[in-house]
Design a protein around this ligand. Structure first.
Ligand SMILES: [Zn+2]
Length: 326
């Protein structure tokens, strides 16, 4: 049987599947990413997982069409790996070379946001659509973009760092990248609590906080507020949480509108944990407000049908070389 191997290498988890060209998944496996065992430990872990998935499913390694890897960035496409990752103390994490040496099949490594867009193009909401933007709102915010049927790469394969577009010229919040006023600093899963604290402070909502669901969920401590608690509160109609979710939604609408203005897509596909866990709460304010900011003809805004597997599907398409054909 012909099959491909797809790897979703995240900073938290590494996931591997064996799958068919038509998108059927034969088997899957997941582990915590070993980021602390030295720069070579990551590829050793991937090799071990691939061997295990083949062994347990009686797949012959020599029958594999190829291996596709969607990895966190920043990417170094020349050396085929991750260059100076923010979350590990290494100059470089090699991926392509150790996998090629071990398995002797074609190996493709790309930025996971671009890989997610490839997943949409071949197996998701981007099928048959030449112009679309995939945006993930998760720990961070990123994007992958198809224009005229081609995925946009950039000089190092790190195009569309959309999470770092400026949404606040006053720069009230500091982004993880070290700069101020970026979309991600207000609306990523990690940073929504910072924005919530800023709103509560600036709008004198401390009294409201003391009588909110959020107060109970965070044991009365502003520093213990989480994005999950804010969205959970909004789901049960808590006034403060609904207000915070709408404020986050305003900025998300600006971000989505900027993507529409810059890339002129037919569809904007949203994914990532914050979106998938709170579809209505994230989608509704975006849909209500993005038109206020666009100059281009409007795009349809929808949630990925591939859910949390979008990077795996893109890596599967890469394993079969589909992305090179458009
Ligand atoms: Zn930033």
């Amino acid at each position: 049987m012909k099959y491909g191997i797809a790897v979703d290498l995240g900073a938290t988890n590494v996931r591997v599947i064996a799958g068919c060209r038509d998108g059927r998944i034969i088997a899957r496996i997941m582990e915590r990413t070993n980021l602390m065992g030295g720069p070579e430990a990551v590829s050793r872990q991937i090799i071990r997982l691939i061997k295990r998935i083949c062994r347990e499913n009686t797949l012959k390694l020599e029958d594999a069409d190829g291996i596709g890897v969607g990895a966190f960035g920043p990417q170094d496409p020349i050396r085929g790996g991750i260059s100076r990752p923010a979350n590990a103390p290494y100059e470089f994490i090699p991926i392509r070379e150790p996998l090629t040496e071990e398995f002797k099949v074609p190996v493709e490594v790309m930025n996971d946001c671009l890989v997610a867009a490839i997943g949409e193009r071949f197996y998701g909401a981007g099928r048959g659509i030449d112009n679309f933007v995939y945006i993930t709102i998760s720990t961070g915010i990123g994007a992958g973009v198809y224009v005229d049927g081609h995925v946009l790469l950039g000089k190092d394969g790190n195009a569309h760092e959309i999470g770092h577009i400026v949404v606040d010229y006053e720069g009230r919040l500091l982004c993880g990248c070290g700069k101020r006023g970026h979309w991600e600093a207000y609306c990523s899963g990690k940073n929504i609590p910072n924005y919530a604290r800023l709103i509560i402070e600036e709008e004198n909502l401390k009294d409201k906080f003391r009588h909110s669901y959020l107060y109970k969920a965070s044991y009365g401590k502003m520093e213990r507020v989480t994005a999950k608690a804010i969205y959970d509160g909004a789901k049960i109609g808590d006034f403060l949480c609904e207000h915070l979710v709408n404020r986050v939604g305003e900025i998300n609408a600006m971000g989505v509108a900027s993507a529409i203005n810059v890339y002129d897509p037919s569809v904007v596909i949203l994914g990532g944990a914050v979106v998938l866990n709170n579809v209505e709460q994230v989608l509704t304010p975006i849909r209500m407000q993005f038109k206020d900011y666009i100059v281009n003809r409007e795009a349809e805004v929808k949630v990925t049908p591939l859910k949390g597997d979008v990077v795996l599907y893109g890596a599967l398409a890469m394993a079969f070389g589909l992305h090179k054909k458009g």
